[in-house]
Ligand binder design. Sequence first.
Ligand SMILES: [Zn+2]
Length: 92
Amino acid sequence: MDQFLYISLGIIVYVLVLIVLRKLNYLRKERYNTCNNCCPCELKKPLERIRRNKLDYFINYITFQIYDFKRYKCTDCSMECRRWDKPFGGKF
Ligand SMILES: [Zn+2]
């Protein structure tokens, strides 16, 4: 019974953390004057969409797809990163 309680509490805390991080716009697309989706590097170059890998699918799966992460690559420094954005017309 105790074990069940701990697992339930763990899941609740995990979901709350996911919601808080989403509210804080953690890993969300960054917008600047130069582009709509900028690289975190100091050049602030636009990111271009690339194919998701298995880890990205796994992360979307364990975050209940509330973020729908997509994979991007910087057009300048070629750094790869994961970003999400609010869906069009979404209320969140
Ligand atoms: Zn960059």
